[in-house]
Design a binder for this molecule. Sequence first.
Ligand code: BTN
Length: 258
Amino acid sequence: MNIEAIKEKIRGDIGREILFFKEVSSTNTIASHLAETTAEGAVVLAESQEKGRGRLGRVWISPPGVNIHMSVLLRPKIKQRDATLLTIMSAVACANAVRRITGLDISIKWPNDLMASHRKLGGILTEIRTDAGKIPVAIIGIGLNVNIGLDAFPEDVRKIATSLKNETGRSYSREEIIAGILNEINRWYAHLNTSGGEMLLPEWKRLSSTIGKYVKVTAGDETFSGFAESIDSEGRLLLRLPSGELKRVSAGDLTVLR
Ligand code: BTN
């Protein structure tokens, strides 16, 4: 990984400091440990993770040399109740950067999966600290499958995952993609802090492959099927159930039915 090649492409405070590690437990864990002593916008980047973490306590497969595993440290000016906008912002930033660099039709599956051809290309794990309704520290963990071959995934993951290389047959410069994502975050984060992110929800909806579809959502022990109408400003999915009731779902696993 050529850190200088990333840094020279960065336009803004986010990504000016990059802490690079060959192997870590999880970049989110390292970023959290460094939060007190590190400036906003610092990025923890690792070639591989021994304990890469996904949403809902899952493992994130993170072998060396092929993919992107990074965590961005932020001190957002938004209120705690708007914390979901951080994940929405990150998904929008990643989708737009990867679209521009690869030309692929990347979409966002609620809540925060980056998809290519209906398969999972990447994901975002946002972890925040809160204090009196504010967010003194937010860590945005981004995992993106770039040059990995599908054979390297365990069989259950292989069926649902993809990588940029698998989609196009060519390898990509991880440095270019990292810089592209960080520059998009620079742009959208400034918008979030200055205007409360009013453009974010429309942009997320534009990129979404979930809204306007019939979906099934499993949340804990419960499963709901219905029409995904929209998301609200807290990132909750607005699901119209067959009974006509509008259900707001905060977290869960989603499958598009048709
Ligand atoms: C998901 O389940 O979709 C979220 C996956 C997030 C993975 C990234 S890789 C970098 C950062 N460090 C982690 O341990 N997880 C996130």
